[in-house]
Design a protein around this ligand. Structure first.
Ligand code: HEC
Length: 202
């Protein structure tokens, strides 16, 4: 029978340590190939050289702050932003908002649109989410958007799939103005986001 005495245990530990050390030296702490890296870390977005916003990635894992709903059938058949609007905020900015009640420089809000898929479910009549249809983003950046009112810029990737891969910011009159005039906190419609109201310091 194979028996371990103290000498052979020590020898085995040495062998295992050498193998572990070698494989660490060869493979880690890995410089991973570009394809294996996430395209953009949460809370950050990427721009093209000419200043277009690339379609954000990973935002469905950010902090969810609310779902305004403008169904087409209550808006003459075509709401300007149809229909469910699921809104997410990048986690770092959310953490700051919890402390200060303010949107920090660099805040990214993504509003994903989805259709009303059904108006009746086992729970009753209502509006139930169907498919993803569109994507918008709002970004506050005092350097990149120093000339935009409130330093907020607005981006629309479309209201129908396939969405655009990269887009220029919307004109102030098309997006920013209405936010400036009617949003409750900074340029953000916090009046419709109970999650933000719940975490803001009193
Ligand atoms: C006429 C007013 C109006 C205009 C114009 C407008 N918005 Fe908004 N936007 C709203 C309202 C109200 C909300 C919150 C309720 C909702 O989503 O329906 C909102 C919410 C958003 C949000 C979520 C974050 C936030 O600030 O609350 C984004 C992102 C956004 N809009 C992008 C855009 C873009 C991009 C444009 C231009 C293409 C635009 N908006 C134009 C009224 C407007």
């Amino acid at each position: 029978m194979f028996r371990l005495n103290r000498t052979s245990v020590t020898a085995w530990i040495a062998v295992v340590a050498v193998i572990a050390g070698l494989s660490y030296a060869l493979t880690g702490p890995a410089v991973r190939p570009a394809s294996a890296q996430p395209q953009a870390p949460a809370g950050q977005v990427a721009f093209t050289a000419d200043g277009q916003l690339k379609q954000p990635v990973g935002y469905r894992k950010w902090v969810y702050i609310g779902t305004p709903l403008t169904p087409n059938d209550l808006n003459d058949g075509e709401a300007s932003f149809p229909e469910f609007h699921e809104v997410y905020m990048d986690p770092e900015s959310f953490a700051q908002y919890e402390k200060t009640g303010k949107f920090r420089d660099g805040t990214v809000l993504v509003k994903e649109l989805s259709s009303v898929g059904s108006k009746e479910a086992a729970s009753g009549k209502g509006y139930f989410q169907g498919e993803f249809t569109g994507l918008e983003a709002a970004i506050k950046d005092s350097k990149r958007f120093k000339d935009e009112p409130g330093n907020w810029a607005y981006f629309s990737f479309g209201h129908k799939y396939p969405l655009k891969a990269e887009v220029s910011k919307g004109a102030v009159a098309a997006c920013n103005k209405c936010h400036q005039d009617s949003a409750k906190t900074d340029w953000v419609f916090s009046q419709y986001y109970p999650v933000l109201r719940a975490v803001a310091p009193r």
